[in-house]
Design a protein around this ligand. Structure first.
Ligand code: PEP
Ligand code: MG
Length: 313
């Protein structure tokens, strides 16, 4: 029966009692965006721009970048939107023209927004490229920064994005950003929670370390608490708060996230239908009960068990 429901579900995503949820795709370039556009999505929730430059030896000009971003924007249109993330170079994603070489601890070093701000003009040229692409395509374009730790960073970024007529947001990947979500939303228009890094930095456990998988688990109660704080800030301000890490692709966790007040879920294209089908089978009340049960559980396994029982009940 579950398989039949999955095959039948074709969007748009909503709970069984009609609360709409935006389902979006994570993409890396034009081809992956066109592939994702064949799924029932409302656009892109995370375009990882650094993946376009993994083999580039020199920084492309604003015009050259605009061509690349345009391929993703052009895969979507009316009623859809694309969230472009500015360069998240450094750590596990070294970019020849940007990354600081020789850092002893790159995950805690000059990566993401820190790198774009520290390298004069890098951020400005990227935002100019995004503006060119956005104006040429006409697809609604949001722009967000990775690895934001302070409200001052969010504010400086927002100013640069707004001055180009685009909509600014920041990723919540560092516990400080989750704890300050309310104040972040005073200076930006939306938040997007990157649960991969938020989990890594909350649990002090390398996301790539397979022997730490019990810690790098988004069902960890401390991670869920930080997500709930962030979602609550969104509810209070009426601004969108999404999740774009791997957690969004877990159909059971997706229900709990929606119950916390998360308004969009962005994931690999292949995960969209299973998540949409699961959401269509539960009411908002059940999602809220799932959120409460997950937040109250003492460990990830207890949280999964409690949510599974509610969703099947
Ligand atoms: C995340 O950290 O959850 C995220 C979505 O960004 P990335 O996986 O690219 O670091
Ligand atoms: Mg990240």
């Amino acid at each position: 029966e579950a398989r039949a429901a999955l095959a039948d579900w074709s969007g748009p995503a909503e709970t069984s009692d009609g609360t709409p949820i935006k389902l979006l795709a994570n993409v890396a370039d034009g081809p992956s965006a066109r592939h994702a556009s064949e799924e029932p999505v409302q656009g892109v929730g995370l375009f990882r721009t650094e993946l376009c430059f993994l083999s580039a030896t020199e920084e492309p000009s604003a015009e050259e970048q605009g061509e690349i971003y345009g391929q993703v924007l052009d895969a979507f249109g009316e009623g859809q939107y694309v969230v472009i993330r500015t360069l998240d170079a450094g750590s596990d994603k070294p970019i020849a023209f940007a990354t600081m070489p020789g850092e002893e601890n790159p995950a805690l070093g000059v990566r993401g927004l820190r790198l774009s701000f520290g390298n004069p003009g890098l951020m400005d040229r990227q935002l100019d490229g995004i503006k060119l692409a956005s104006e040429a395509s006409g697809t609604e374009t949001w722009v967000m920064a990775p690895m934001v730790a302070t409200v001052a960073e969010a504010s400086e970024f927002a100013e640069k994005v707004r001055s180009r007529g685009l909509k600014p947001g920041v990723m919540v990947e560092i516990p400080s950003a989750a704890l300050l979500a309310h104040r972040m939303l005073e200076v930006v228009d939306f938040l997007s929670i990157g649960t991969n890094d938020l989990t890594q930095y909350t649990m002090a456990a390398d996301r790539m370390a397979t022997d730490l998988a019990h810690l790098t688990d988004p069902w960890q109660p401390a991670v869920l608490q930080l997500i709930a704080i962030t979602a609550e800030a969104g509810k209070q301000t009426g601004k969108p708060v999404g999740v774009c890490g791997e957690a969004a692709a877990d159909p059971m966790l997706a229900c709990a996230l929606v119950g916390m007040g998360i308004t969009s879920l962005s994931m690999a294209a292949r995960a969209v239908r299973p998540v949409g089908a699961q959401l269509s089978r539960v009411s908002m009340d059940t999602c809220e009960a799932a959120a409460e049960a997950a937040l109250g559980a003492s460990d990830p396994m207890a949280a999964r068990d409690a949510v599974r029982a509610l969703l099947n009940g």
